[in-house]
Design a protein around this ligand. Structure first.
Ligand code: SF4
Ligand code: SF4
Length: 69
């Protein structure tokens, strides 16, 4: 879905449950839309539209990311 926006549900996001506190959704995004400044920090999503590939949503083990058009 082109021009999607990734939204992180902060009630479901728990970086301490990801390997070494590293957000695997950040690693999965080819466009660097998602950012995590340091391990164990809460990631945030750049509000710019992305290509909606869902890699971030699929990578997050806690299903904390949804895509909105
Ligand atoms: S992978 Fe999911 S739960 Fe883990 S830090 Fe990233 S958004 Fe949060
Ligand atoms: S849907 Fe794809 S391009 Fe958009 S933030 Fe997620 S991984 Fe990145």
């Amino acid at each position: 879905m082109p021009n999607s926006i990734a939204i992180i549900n902060y009630k479901q996001c728990h970086p301490e449950q990801c390997p070494d506190g590293i957000c695997v959704a950040v690693l999965a995004c080819p466009l660097k839309i998602l950012v995590q400044e340091d391990p164990y920090d809460i990631p945030f999503a750049n509000p710019s539209p992305c290509k909606g590939c869902s890699r971030c949503a699929n990578a997050c083990p806690l299903k904390a990311i949804t895509l909105s058009s």
